[in-house]
Design a protein. Structure first.
Length: 209
């Protein structure tokens, strides 16, 4: 039984390599993160980065584990309501996402659909500008001493986490004759964080190997 499993694995690996798609994949990307539904009344559009890796069971089907971090702003109306000078928000997630690819005739442009689920966590901070003393050492002049620098004093922080899911579509374009691909995609993310619903629609561009 063990030999049979190893044979199937290596046979699949050879078949994938012949099609310019290895058994494992790695991706890095980033882009814009629009906020939707009720959360859009309090938070503003931000940015995100994503890192992923997974296994390709065949040329058409794979499974990816992905980490995504989004930085968002807090709307002025929300700050005024809470009487906070400034604020920021962030969302990170770890999700497991199947991917289904639809091959084109030339295999250079490949559309796909993907989606899955995992854990999401959102943190919102309210801050005020301040200054902090920092010791500065210059390699030419030596130790200069405490110097006031701009900083933020955290007035309050709210963090919530919970399960969620995502679904979306995109395309990949093979660059040259190697295994490097440019991809672009958009996905809808929904997470229930202890009764606080989060909905975002990140648009991502990046590279996949």
């Amino acid at each position: 039984m063990k030999n049979t499993v190893l044979f199937i694995f290596f046979a699949g690996t050879i078949g994938l390599s012949a099609q310019d798609l290895g058994p494992f994949s790695v991706s890095v990307g980033g882009g814009v993160t629009p906020v939707t539904a009720g959360l859009a009344d309090r938070l503003s559009t931000g940015w995100h980065i994503s890192l992923g890796g997974g296994f390709n069971f065949s040329h058409n089907f794979g499974l990816n584990l992905e980490y995504m971090y989004s930085g968002l702003g807090v709307k002025r109306a929300t700050l005024q309501e809470l009487q906070a000078p400034a604020g920021n928000a962030r969302i990170w997630s770890i999700t497991l996402n199947p991917i289904i690819r639809f091959r084109s005739e030339e295999d250079r442009f490949v559309p796909y659909i993907t989606g899955g689920g995992g854990y999401y966590r959102r943190t919102v901070e309210f801050t005020e500008p301040t200054t902090a003393l920092t010791n500065i050492f210059d390699p030419w002049w030596g130790w200069i001493g405490p110097v006031p620098v701009a900083s933020n004093n955290v007035l309050g922080r709210v963090s919530r986490g919970g399960g969620g899911f995502n679904a979306g579509a995109g395309f990949a374009v093979r660059l040259g004759d190697g295994n490097t691909k440019f991809f672009a995609e958009s996905r809808y993310h929904y997470a229930d964080m202890q009764g606080m619903i989060t909905r975002i629609v990140p648009v991502t561009v990046g590279l996949r190997w």
